[in-house]
Write a protein that binds this ligand. Structure first.
Ligand SMILES: *Cc1c(COP(=O)(O)O)cnc(C)c1O
Length: 430
C-alpha cells in the first residue's frame, strides 16, 4: 500500500476552507471512492504526490498538457515572460502572435478574441450568436459540457453526471428554457426541434468529438448534418473545441472531419497549462464584438503575456512535423495495450474502448457508447475499483468513468507498458 498521509492531512485542512476540499468538483474522488491526492511536482509523463509517490499521468490536467509536465521549452519561455512583467492590462505582441496562429490553424477562425477560460469562451460565443441572429434559443446535446455558465448547465456531462446532480440549483428556469436538448449523434432529433421552432434558434452548439461523457465520436454524417440544418434554418453552428482543438490534429475536429462551423470555442491546450480560452469565427460575426461592434465582452487579464507565452511555445512544439503522427501512434499502442490487458484478464466482454487520436475512454460497458444514455449505462462501481487498482499500481487515471484519458508527447513506450501491466492486474481485481 502506498502511503497517502500528507495528502490526507491536506485534504482535511482543505475541506474546512474550500467547499468539498477542491476548487473544481471533477478533482474530487467522490465518483471512484477515496480522497483526492495532492501533487507536488510533474515532469514529462510522470507526476509526484506530496507523499513522494510517482504516477504515470493519464489526465494531463484534463488535456492542456499535451507536451507533458514542465516541458523545458515552455518553462524557459514562461520564465522569460515573467521576468518582463506579468500583466499590463494593455496590448502585448504575444497576443497578436497567438491570435494569428489560431486564425492560421483553425479553418473556421478568421478573427478571434482571447479570454481566460473555456467557460468564458463558450458563454461569449453564445451571446454573440444570439446578437448576430437576433434569436434566443440554442440547441445543445445531452452529455456535452460547455463550461458552467447558467444557460448551459443542462445535461452537462462529466462533473455533473459524475456526481449524479440534476441541473444545478441557482440556475433560473428562464435561462435553461432557451436551451433545447437533443441526444448526441441524433440528427433526427435536431431536425424535429428545428421543425418546431427553427426561427427561434440562434445556435447549435456541439463538442465535435464528445469528451465529457467519456470519449464519444461523432457518427458518420452527424457533423455534416448539423452544418446543413444550421445553414438551412439560419442558426449558427458552434463547435466547442476546447478539448479537441490542437488535440485531434492541428486544425482540430473541424479539420479532421472537414466540417467548418461559424464559431469555434478553444481553451485547454492553447494556454499550455495556463488559464486561456478563445472564441473565434467568421469575420462578419466577430466584427460584432466590442469595441469593433456592440456585443460586450471584456477581461482584465485576457491576453496575459505569461499565458500567451506558454500557449505559443506549446503550439510551436506541436506544430513540428510528425508530432501528431507520433501522438497517434502512442495512443494506438495504449489502446492495444488496454484491450490486450482486458483480454488477458478475461474482462474483454464487459469492456469497450472509444478513441479519437490521443483521447480515449475505456468504458465498463459491453457496447461502445454513442450518446449520453449509453455512456451512463457503464458500470461506474467497477470503474471505481479499476481506478483505485491503477492508482495503487502507479497510474493516475481520470477519477470518473465519464472523462477522457489524454496521451501526451511525453508518454513513452515504457509508460504504455507500465499502464498495460497495471491494467491487467487491476482488471483482474476489479
Ligand atoms: C473543459 C471544457 C470546458 C470548460 O473550460 P474551463 O476552462 O474549465 O472553463 C468547456 N467545454 C469543453 C468541451 C470542455 O472540455
Amino acid at each position: 500500500m502506498s502511503e497517502h498521509r500528507r495528502s490526507a492531512e491536506l485534504f482535511a485542512r482543505a475541506r474546512k476552507v474550500i467547499p468539498g476540499g477542491v476548487n473544481s468538483p471533477v478533482r474530487s474522488f467522490a465518483a471512484v471512492g477515496g480522497e483526492p491526492l495532492f501533487f507536488a511536482r510533474g515532469a514529462g509523463s510522470r507526476i509526484y504526490d506530496v507523499d513522494g509517490n510517482e504516477y504515470v499521468d493519464c489526465v494531463c490536467s484534463w488535456g492542456p498538457l499535451i507536451l507533458g509536465h514542465a516541458h523545458p521549452r515552455v518553462v524557459e519561455r514562461v520564465q522569460r515572460a515573467v521576468r518582463d512583467g506579468t500583466s499590463f492590462g494593455a496590448c502585448v505582441e504575444a497576443e497578436v502572435r497567438l491570435a494569428e496562429l489560431l486564425a492560421g490553424a483553425v479553418p473556421g477562425i478568421e478573427m478571434v478574441r482571447l479570454v481566460n477560460s473555456g467557460t468564458e469562451a463558450v458563454m461569449s460565443a453564445i451571446r454573440l450568436a444570439r446578437a448576430y441572429t437576433q434569436r434566443q434559443d440554442i440547441i445543445k446535446f445531452e452529455g456535452c459540457y460547455h463550461g458552467h455558465s447558467d444557460g448551459l448547465l443542462a445535461r452537462a456531462g462529466s462533473g455533473v453526471a459524475t456526481l449524479g446532480l440534476p441541473d444545478s440549483p441557482g440556475v433560473p428556469a428562464d435561462y435553461t428554457a432557451h436551451t433545447l436538448l437533443a441526444p448526441y449523434n441524433d440528427l433526427e432529433a435536431v431536425r424535429a426541434i428545428v421543425e418546431r421552432r427553427g426561427d427561434a434558434i440562434a445556435a447549435i452548439i456541439v463538442e465535435p468529438v464528445a469528451g465529457n461523457m467519456g470519449v464519444v465520436p461523432p457518427r458518420e454524417g452527424f457533423l455534416d448534418g448539423l452544418r446543413r440544418v444550421a445553414a438551412d434554418s439560419g442558426a449558427l453552428l458552434i463547435f466547442d473545441e476546447i478539448i479537441t482543438g490542437f488535440r485531434v490534429g492541428w486544425g482540430g475536429a473541424q479539420e479532421l472531419y472537414g466540417v467548418t462551423p461559424d464559431l469555434t470555442a478553444l481553451g485547454k491546450i492553447i494556454g499550455g497549462g495556463f488559464p486561456v480560452g478563445a472564441y473565434g469565427g467568421r469575420r462578419d460575426i466577430m466584427e460584432m464584438v466590442a469595441p469593433a461592434g456592440p456585443v460586450y465582452q471584456a477581461g482584465t487579464l485576457s491576453g496575459n503575456p505569461v499565458a500567451m507565452a506558454a500557449g505559443l511555445e506549446t503550439l510551436r512544439a506541436l506544430g513540428e512535423p510528425g508530432t501528431y503522427e507520433a501522438l497517434d501512434n502512442t495512443a494506438a499502442s495504449l489502446e492495444a495495450g488496454l484491450l490486450q490487458a482486458a483480454s488477458s484478464a478475461g474482462a474483454d466482454a464487459a469492456i469497450s474502448l472509444n478513441r479519437v487520436g490521443s483521447m480515449l475512454t475505456l468504458f465498463f460497458s459491453a457496447r461502445s457508447p454513442a450518446d449520453y444514455a449509453s455512456a451512463k449505462a457503464a458500470d461506474t462501481e467497477r470503474y471505481g475499483r479499476f481506478f483505485r487498482g491503477m492508482l495503487e499500481r502507479g497510474v493516475y487515471l481520470p477519477p470518473s468513468q465519464f472523462e477522457a484519458i489524454f496521451v501526451s508527447t511525453a508518454h513513452t513506450a515504457e509508460d504504455i507498458g507500465v499502464i498495460g501491466q497495471a491494467a491487467e492486474a487491476a482488471l483482474r481485481a476489479a
